[in-house]
Design a protein around this ligand. Structure first.
Ligand SMILES: Nc1ncnc2c1ncn2[C@@H]1O[C@H](COP(=O)(O)OP(=O)(O)OP(=O)(O)O)[C@@H](O)[C@H]1O
Length: 303
């Protein structure tokens, strides 16, 4: 069992700070790394894998630095985000090539074992060019697992997958995690990390913004202040009543309706129907207007 540790890790490109003073320890099981595009996830994964030097701080795998340490490649696998797969190869040939690159004593047996692990046996002799996106991704996971590493890092492994393929990949990650491997995958979609049994690390603008299980992260996101667009049969009267409601921190009236700022999501959504009913007003529309992932993330960073 392996532990990947980051201590005060930063990385900058010229004057762009991609990763800013991140410390964390990853142990066996599945961890999700959640963050919007450009948050620095890829940079962080590349430093973890020893492909990129930290500008400051250290990344270690069981106390050995990952940078400038070829021995680490024997213990760690990376499935990168955009790497092309040669479509003319079969999955078996592709995984075998990876086994040979690692100079494994029995590359053929290692390739077969990795292909079994990702359940691609029945398609292993077909050209990868004929595969679905999910199958291609599994072939890449097999290539990254061929040397039986304790740590597997995956950059946006669910990108472009349909829900069935996503479920299958998540099951595979859990199987690997349950077997004692340390698995980390990145994503910019909250729902993708929903099935993660372990910790979710949230990264925004290079920094670690929150960490905890999925429920903790979901709660943090739901409990933040919300902005709603509300339309009703009498917007002005509703505005007057809402401003007296403790869960409401601001109301704006314009010709298209009300913009309501609520400090407490649950209390506001429970209060609104009660207030409308008391005043004989009918609510025609209630839409959260700041649900973009970026606004949720920036709230977490400010929190
Ligand atoms: N080689 C590079 N040179 C200059 N800037 C870079 C380089 N690589 C990344 N950056 C910048 O560093 C920041 C973090 O990028 P990174 O790719 O690590 O983020 P990400 O969270 O993986 O985003 P995405 O999901 O869009 O790939 C971005 O502002 C990006 O423009």
């Amino acid at each position: 069992m392996s532990t990947l540790s980051l201590t005060g890790v930063s990385r900058w490109y010229g004057n762009v700070v991609a990763v800013n003073d991140i410390s964390m320890a990853l142990g066996p099981g599945v961890t999700g790394l959640l963050g919007p595009n450009g948050a620095g996830k890829t940079t962080l994964l590349h430093m973890m894998a020893g492909f990129l030097a930290p500008s400051r701080g250290t990344v270690t795998l069981d106390d050995d630095p990952t940078w400038r340490n070829p021995d680490v490649y024997r213990r760690l696998g990376l499935v990168s985000e955009r790497e092309a797969v040669q479509g003319f190869l079969t999955a078996y040939e592709f995984v075998l090539a990876s086994a040979k690159l690692h100079r494994l004593p029995d590359p053929a047996a290692a390739a077969r074992r990795a292909i079994d692990l990702v359940e691609l046996e029945s398609a292993q002799d077909r050209r990868i060019g004929t595969y679905s996106k999910g199958m291609r991704q599994r072939a890449r996971v097999a290539a990254a697992l061929v040397h039986d590493p304790q740590v597997l890092l995956l950059d946006e492994p669910f990108n472009g997958m349909d829900p069935r393929q996503r479920l299958h990949m998540m099951q595979l990650l859990h199987t690997l995690g349950d077997a004692g491997r340390t698995i980390l995958f990145s994503s910019h979609i909250l729902e993708e990390v929903e099935q993660v049994s372990g910790t979710v690390q949230v990264m925004v603008a290079g920094r670690l913004a929150a960490s905890g299980d999925f429920r903790t992260i979901r709660r943090l996101m739901t409990n933040r202040p919300h902005v709603f667009a509300v339309r009703s049969t009498d917007d002005r009267a509703l505005a007057v009543a809402l401003i007296a409601e403790p869960s409401v921190s601001g109301v704006e009236l314009d010709p298209t309706g009300l913009t309501v700022r609520a400090g407490d999501y649950g209390a506001f959504t429970r209060a609104l129907p009660r207030i409308a009913l008391n005043k004989g007003i009918r609510v025609r529309q209630l839409v959260p207007s700041d649900e973009s992932l970026e606004s949720v993330f920036s709230y977490l960073v400010e929190a």
